[in-house]
Structures are given as structure tokens and as C-alpha cells.
Design a protein around this ligand. Sequence first.
Ligand code: P6P
Length: 338
Amino acid sequence: MTQQITVTEHLLLHQKQIPGATGQFTHLFNELILSAKIISREVNKAGLVDVLGFTGEINVQGEEVKKLDEYANRILIHRMARSGVLCAMASEENADIIEIPHGLPQGGYIIIFDPLDGSSNIDVNVNIGTIFSIHRRKSKIGTPVQATDVLQAGDEQVAAGYILYGSSTMLVFTTGDGVHGFTLDPGVGEFLLSHPNIKVPDTGKIYSVNEGYWPFWSEATKKVVNYFKSTDNIHGKPYSLRYIGSLVADFHRNLIYGGVFMYPADHRDPAKPKGKLRLMCEAAPMAMLIEQAGGKATDGNQRIMEIEPDDLHQRVPLFIGSRHEVDTISAIYKEHNG
Ligand code: P6P
């Protein structure tokens, strides 16, 4: 039983270990935690909004909230802009980089987030999540923010994580020193350490992929998926297929139990030849987490964390999870592609 360590205590302990730490990072995280609590409150009553006829929260602009992912996006942008430690941010919901409004203090960090990933699942009460990735700006503070400050490879992240809104609300993140999970105690409104130093099993018995896209996959991808459906694998029997259709929920289950999540490239939509998932606000933060937990993440050819982004919303195939399964996938692609 972990002795009721709050996430703020955990962050302050981490901060003390960093020479010259200014507390900016801890402050940013505290604003993120507040955003998570606000979003959690709304997500947890989503089902009641229709039943009770409420129109939901009235937001800062006095506008009636239309959809939860728009609501989550506005909460995050509002709170992050006022953290005083950011020079820019980016959201899956916004086409361009979001600048800090003039007159508000700035700092040396950048945050990139998917405010409510999987939000289409809300109507059927399936778990959804917020995903975030934090970088340090490269250009000099006080000069205009450059695109290169935001378009940084996953290896440059200083922190990454997610909030999972499910049977309980969990905050799972890494600052490069392992992966730690905190569960929200709604009674006291605190995230308490519940999963210290999470490690993904080296192999698992679960594979997660949308098999409905079979006709649109390459022959190599079909060979990859067949590996998990055959008896000719490390376990001598087929893996179990578990696919919720909510990245944070699928990832979290595989992080704890072991296994692999796949979103391969497919040719359903010529506009999305590399699949649906975005590098900067989905694949890269999840890749930092899985590597810190002892697992792996590739696009089938290279580490996700090495990919240098050239567009804020670029998409990337994603294979992420236990070391054995991801290595096997890479070997199959390498053998097939020669
Ligand atoms: P598909 C949700 O819309 C999402 O972005 C991820 O959370 C999830 O893993 C994926 O899309 C599901 O996509 O094409 O299988 O419905």
C-alpha cells in the first residue's frame, strides 16, 4: 500500500533532485492536474447531461459548451495559457500552434495535447483520455517562438503522459525517471500514487488492432497480424484480441498486462496513407511512456522517438507495447521488405 503520496508531493520530490530547478515545471504540472480534475468532473456526468436536460458548463467566453472534447480543449488552453511557464502550445483540435495571449507571462516550455482522445466513445460510456507531451523551447526566451521549438522529435520530450477517464480517473506520466500512476480520490480531490514505477511485461498475450481494415493492409501487415492469430508464436497459441477503439484505454491495459497495440498504415483514405494516429500528440508521448516502462514503440521501421516531425499533425503507423511483440513485428516487416 503506497502511503498516500499525492502527485504534487511526488513532483516536488522529483524537483528537489534536479539541480537549479526553478519550479516552473511543477507549476505547469499543477495546472495540468487542475485541468484533469475539471475535465473528469464533466466527463463523469456526461451521461446525465442529456437525461437531466442540462446544457453542460458555461465556459469562460460565456458560450454554451457543445461537445466534451471542445470543452476539454478550451479548459486546457485556458489553464495552460495562464500557467506562465509556456511559450506556445498545440492541440489535436487546433490546426495551428496556439500562442500565449499578449500580456500573459511566458516561460520556456511547450505542451502538445490531445484534449479528449476517443471522445466518440463518450456516448457509450467507454473510457477516454487526455494525452500530453512536454518539450523545452530551443530558441532564446524573449525571441519569437519558432516552429522548430514545437516540431521536436520524441527523444526531446521532457515529460509525457495521459489522464484516463474510466471506472476511476488515473494520471499516468513520466519525466524520464520511470512511469508512475496516480488515481484520483474524488472524495478529497487529490491524485494519489497508486502505481509506482510501472513496468510493461517483456511479453504479453494481447494484441490490439482494428481487424476490420484487413482488406486495406499491405501483405507485410497481414503477415504481422497473422503472427498473433497463429499457434506459431512464442506462446504456442493465438493471442487474445482486445480492442476498445480508445487509444488511452487500449494502451493502459497493455501497459499493465503486456501485449501490443497496432495502428498500421492502410489505404482506406488516400489523405491518410500512414494511418490515423498523430505523431506529436498521440504516438510520441505514448512512445516515451512505453520506453520508460521497458517496452518499445516503432512505426514498423524505426523508433517513434527518433522521427523528426515536419508537420504538427503528421500521422504515423504505430506498433507499441511489450518488447518481444514489437521486436517480432519489426523483424517481420524487415524480412518482408528485404
Ligand atoms: P479506429 C479515437 O478516435 C482514436 O483516435 C484512438 O483513440 C483510437 O485508438 C483510434 O482512433 C481508433 O481508430 O479507426 O479503429 O476507429
